[in-house]
Design a protein around this ligand. Structure first.
Ligand code: SF4
Length: 273
């Protein structure tokens, strides 16, 4: 089978487009580099609509709405409805800490109406055990896929066991991860070739339109292009030629062995006439 990175751009499909609709959040997790508490910024509705216009130029399978905490965006319900109507055949995914979902019926109803999957960070830092316990049964009863994600450095073993049991009881998925997107004292990677971890995987779009082709690489220096560029669609599938700042400290580094990834597509042979 041909690896997707070797296919011509016209035949490749991005797994996930992720729009960060706000940098506001109702929590202050120590490890988080994505949010600025109550001081953050919301993506205006008009900008969000323009981002959807840009995304119509590229093939992708899932649309993630993220933040910050996306449910604190004052237009969350309207944004969700717009995205759902624009891409009715895509999987709609919400990344949230579930706190608003547990406390605001209108937001919960909007979530049930527009999202196929809800991804919830849950650990001591998020401090949202009660809210997660309240919303999992409701979401699962409505048929929504629920993935609970705990940062191993930020959760006690008994809490972890409780969460696993809760997920088991309601058919939710429990996953764990390390704080992989920041420097937490881990030794630097011995970088060889470029990381092929995110080839055709994630496109993350910030509130200002800056784009990152990796969920972990999110320093301003790591942005390679913006959603406003005329050749945005081509850039999404363009070869990567350098490391991101975060690669040095990333747990997920996977050495492609190549200095350029994806490898340029082999020229197509055409029959002589
Ligand atoms: S090493 Fe980490 S930050 Fe760098 S591209 Fe791979 S997954 Fe992204």
């Amino acid at each position: 089978m041909t690896p997707s990175s070797l296919l011509p751009a016209a035949q490749r499909t991005l797994k996930t487009a992720k729009i960060k609709i706000t940098t506001k959040c109702n929590r202050h997790c120590d490890f988080c580099i994505f949010a600025e508490g109550g001081q953050g910024e919301n993506m205006p509705l008009s900008t969000f609509t323009q981002v959807l216009d840009r995304l119509e130029q590229i093939p992708f399978r899932q649309l993630h709405i993220n933040g910050g905490e996306p449910t604190v965006h004052r237009d969350f319900s309207q944004l969700s409805s717009l995205a759902h109507d624009r891409f009715p055949n895509l999987t709609m995914v919400l990344g949230t800490n579930a706190i608003t979902l547990a406390r605001n019926d209108r937001i919960l109803e909007s979530t049930l109406a527009h999202y196929d999957q809800v991804l919830i960070g849950c650990d001591e830092e998020h401090d949202n055990y009660d809210e997660v316990r309240a919303v999992i049964p409701v979401l699962r009863e409505a048929g929504t896929t629920v993935v609970i994600n705990s940062v191993l450095e930020a959760i006690a073993p008994d809490r972890l066991a409780d969460l696993a049991a809760l997920c088991d009881e309601h058919g939710a998925i429990h996953v764990t991860n390390h704080v992989h997107h920041i420097d937490v004292g881990q030794p630097a990677n011995d970088l060889g070739g470029l990381c092929d971890r995110n080839v055709d995987q994630h496109l993350m779009i910030e509130v200002d339109g800056d784009c990152y082709r990796c969920f972990n690489a999110m320093a301003k220096n790591d942005s390679e292009f913006t959603v406003w560029d005329d050749d945005f669609a081509a850039k999404v599938f363009a070869p990567r030629r350098k490391h991101y700042d975060f690669c040095l400290k990333c747990h997920e580094y996977q050495d492609s062995g190549l200095q350029i990834v994806p490898a340029p597509a082999a020229p197509t042979r055409t029959a002589a006439v």
